[in-house]
Design a protein around this ligand. Structure first.
Ligand SMILES: Cc1cc2nc3c(=O)[nH]c(=O)nc-3n(C[C@H](O)[C@H](O)[C@H](O)COP(=O)(O)OP(=O)(O)OC[C@H]3O[C@@H](n4cnc5c(N)ncnc54)[C@H](O)[C@@H]3O)c2cc1C
Length: 391
């Protein structure tokens, strides 16, 4: 997303931009749901990607209890979209000849004016500027700021997005139309509808995004990162390789703990997968003519659902800075001065909301926030709400 946003925005101010993606195949079919914010809609419009057929508008948020009874109901219109849809809109904003699959960044060399980028297989390119939009485990950041490392939050999520058509009629009726919270102690289960494959928005053809937050220390996570073949992974396991015994115990716990509609949702996920939650924020985003953007520069815990919006705003700020200065270095200094403090604020806000899970509460403020969020109405007021930066 960051790379495409940067390309779209910089093209609009007259730069030639190429995007190099390490995946050799198109990134399609990633089932993740994405909550939207006014900042994201604005960035999509201003970048030229647009917001057509963006997603599903839910009208309300509800909270349910263990039996599935509605215990709170709040009118709250919000557009929910999917990773696939955003990627398609942004891909269409960048000419196909400027998007290159199968290029794995290896290193960059710079001399103050120009950068030479080395990719796998000995391929290289020259550029005025290199933008590392290569995600939370950024190889670009590893080269320019190896000391900056994401920090494990002490919890992870199980997730997936089953097809609407596979859900039981009672699930379709009770939770499918809504943004739903189930909040037992030290856990969160959140669900909302998203488009089906190929951005199918027709009733009966959509999916339901399911997220279950669980607390687990670093040793637990390390154990989970041993795959079906006994291989130890560092951060997460590709979904097809997740051990069957982990999925079996997940389903057994779900039987004991989840309301019927969420249990049905989880059972209908073909391949549930887990994502450990990390965060960090790099105070430095500019390293000569190599810069960081999006999750490569900072990544917040996903409680605000704001990562793609931040990526869009980073790219927008970069283009605005480059458009208003002839001197590239000055423009980059402006980019960093504007965006680094905002990234830090977003990360801190994510930590605040993360106190709900009761992990590592260090200060009185953490404990006060934890207490506030034990009321499910506060969670409905705070999680993934638009305009939190302005509030
Ligand atoms: C559980 C969860 C829920 C989330 N929910 C939301 C939400 O509701 N709303 C929201 O806005 N955000 C959400 N986010 C955050 C959002 O997914 C990220 O902020 C966003 O994907 C960041 O985009 P990015 O382009 O910076 O990084 P990425 O999406 O990680 O993309 C990086 C790209 O760089 C490529 N790459 C990596 N290394 C190399 C290399 N060496 N050479 C070439 N290419 C490379 C990768 O293949 C990838 O395509 C969520 C995140 C999580 C974990």
């Amino acid at each position: 997303m960051s790379g495409l946003f940067a390309a779209a925005f910089l093209r609009r101010i007259g730069w030639d931009v190429d995007v190099y993606e390490r995946s050799p195949v198109e990134l399609v079919g990633r089932g993740a749901g994405i909550t939207t914010h006014p900042e994201l809609l604005e960035a999509l419009e201003l970048s030229g990607a647009g917001t057509r057929d963006l997603g599903i508008t839910v009208k309300r948020r509800i909270a349910i209890d263990r039996k599935g009874r509605v215990i709170a109901d709040k009118p709250f219109p919000q557009i929910l979209t999917s990773w696939d849809r955003l990627q398609r809109l942004l891909r269409d904003a960048v000419p196909a000849e400027n998007y290159h699959l199968g290029w794995n960044f290896e290193r960059a060399e710079q001399d103050g004016r120009e950068v030479v980028v080395h990719f796998n297989g000995g391929q290289r390119e020259r550029a005025d500027l290199v933008i590392g939009g290569d995600g939370i485990r950024s190889g670009v950041r590893a080269q320019v700021a190896p000391h900056i490392q994401p920090i494990y939050a002490g919890y992870y999520i199980w997730r997936g997005a089953p097809n609407e058509a596979d859900l039981a009629p009672a699930t379709r009726e009770s939770i499918f139309p809504h943004f739903v919270f189930y909040l037992p102690e030290r856990q969160q289960v959140i669900g909302y509808p998203i488009a089906g494959l190929d951005n199918d928005l027709r009733p009966g053809h959509r999916r339901y995004n399911f997220i279950w937050y669980r607390v687990g220390d670093a040793a637990t996570l390390r154990g989970m990162c041993v795959d079906e073949n006994g291989h130890q992974h560092d951060y997460s396991v590709p979904p097809p390789l997740i051990r069957k015994d982990l999925v079996a115990s997940l389903l057994a716990e779900a039987e004991r703990e989840l309301p019927p509609a969420f249990l049905d949702t989880l059972r209908k996920i073909e391949r549930p997968f887990f994502t450990p939650i990390y965060d960090f924020s790099s105070p430095q985003m500019v390293f000569g003519r190599v810069i960081l953007l999006g999750d490569a520069a900072s990544s917040a815990r996903p409680h605000m659902g704001f990562g793609v919006a931040k990526a869009g705003d980073d790219a927008r700020a970069l283009a605005a800075a480059l458009a208003s200065h002839d001197d590239v270095d000055r423009a980059l200094a402006q980019y960093q001065a504007v965006r680094a403090p905002i990234a830090e604020r977003i990360m801190q806000h994510g930590r605040k909301l993360g106190t709900h899970l009761g992990v590592d509460l260090k200060t009185d403020e953490d404990r006060a926030m934890w207490r506030t969020l034990q009321d499910y109405r506060a969670m409905m007021d705070w999680i993934a709400v638009p305009n939190f930066l302005a509030a």
